[in-house]
Design a protein around this ligand. Structure first.
Ligand SMILES: [Zn+2]
Length: 347
């Protein structure tokens, strides 16, 4: 399984100050993944700017214009925790553009890799069709999914989001769209509050949104079981032509923004499960960085993800230890998810 990277060199132009989502998150990541790329001879692609028409497949005109103007006059707070600085609009175009570079490179007869991991910020999955929120300006995953469908001609695209927060923005954009499956693992309850089991899509999109709200304290085992019991079978039945992963590593046991107990081994396993699924269908995989806010642990976690995508052995030494006690109510929760999803899928 040949993996590689898409790098956004200008990411520090999106200035957020002392905010958890800041330009200090990625230098250590780039160093660590750069070592991996040399050791395993992995390709590195440069980002490009997405066009406004690419954004408009997922966002309203007025939202795109709001972000552009907010940045021009920045720093401007777009909501309580989302800021646009003067270069943020340009960086956000390149963040979304990295997703398009990745989609181009893993699809078509001349595909250059089986998967690519785009190290991008600002992240995207909280940005709705008409609103920036939760550190996110544009939904990179939804923009890439619509680009894959409308420009690359891929009829069915799947988005799997394992960030610890619900991908409400991606869900909002795709909610009535049966051509793009959206699956989200996230802690519940937690910001932004959405993502309960009964949010399954509307209209023709009914059944194409799959939420796995994980109880506080869930870790590697629960995520693996959720993948095996729900996400994997639904992906298989949906049979996409491209898999996009919203890869946020903020469910790690040492990340302060939530209370999940995932370890680097758990992220490695999730990435590996996704890569094996893509390989089984002969399709490309695009992983887009979302959350992950502990700069001490993020290089190790992103290394674990890249190794899972590329099928090489990770070095997970130095990872934090997760508590052995599991969450309460997980078996019942999984049964409840299965009951709801069995209306639409064989699970
Ligand atoms: Zn998150």
């Amino acid at each position: 399984m040949k993996t590689g990277l898409v790098i956004l060199r200008e990411q520090s132009g999106h200035e957020t100050g002392s905010h958890p989502e800041n330009a200090r998150r990625f230098p250590g990541v780039i160093n660590r993944l750069g070592e991996d790329s040399r050791e395993h001879d992995l390709p590195i692609f440069e980002s490009r700017e997405a066009e406004v028409e690419d954004l408009l497949r997922a966002h309203t005109d007025s939202h795109v214009e709001n972000v552009r103007v907010a940045a021009e006059n920045g720093p401007t707070w777009l909501d309580g925790d989302t800021v646009a600085s003067p270069e943020s609009y340009g960086v956000a175009l390149r963040s979304a553009g990295a997703a398009l570079v990745a989609a181009d490179a893993v699809t078509g007869p001349e595909r250059q890799a089986d998967s690519l991991f785009a190290i991008i910020r600002p992240p995207g999955h909280h940005a709705t069709a008409d609103r920036a929120m939760g550190f996110c300006l544009f939904s990179n995953a939804a923009i890439a999914a619509r680009y894959a469908r409308d420009v690359l001609g891929i009829d069915r695209v799947a988005v799997l989001d394992w960030d610890v927060h619900h991908g409400n923005g991606t869900q909002d954009i795709l909610y009535d769209d049966p051509s793009i499956l959206f699956i989200s693992f996230h802690q519940w309850p937690l910001y932004p509050g959405s993502g309960w089991i009964d949010e399954v899509g509307v209209g023709e999109g009914r059944g194409y949104t799959v939420n796995l709200p994980m109880p506080p304290g869930a870790g590697d085992r629960e995520h693996a079981e959720g993948f095996e019991a729900i996400a994997g079978p639904i992906l298989d039945q949906f049979n996409p032509g491209l898999l996009i992963v919203s890869a946020g590593q903020d469910g790690h046991v040492a990340d302060q923004l939530a209370s999940q107990n995932l370890t680097a081994a758990g992220y490695n396993q999730l990435a590996s499960s996704c890569a094996r699924f893509a390989a089984s269908k002969g399709i490309g995989l695009v992983a887009l960085h979302e959350g992950g806010y502990n700069p001490e642990t993020l290089p190790l976690l992103d290394h674990a993800v890249l190794a899972g995508l590329g099928g090489f052995a990770p070095d997970l030494s130095g990872d934090s230890i997760a508590p052995e006690t599991g969450p309460t109510g997980w078996e019942e929760r999984l049964a409840q998810i299965r009951r709801t999803q069995s209306t639409y899928w064989a699970v």
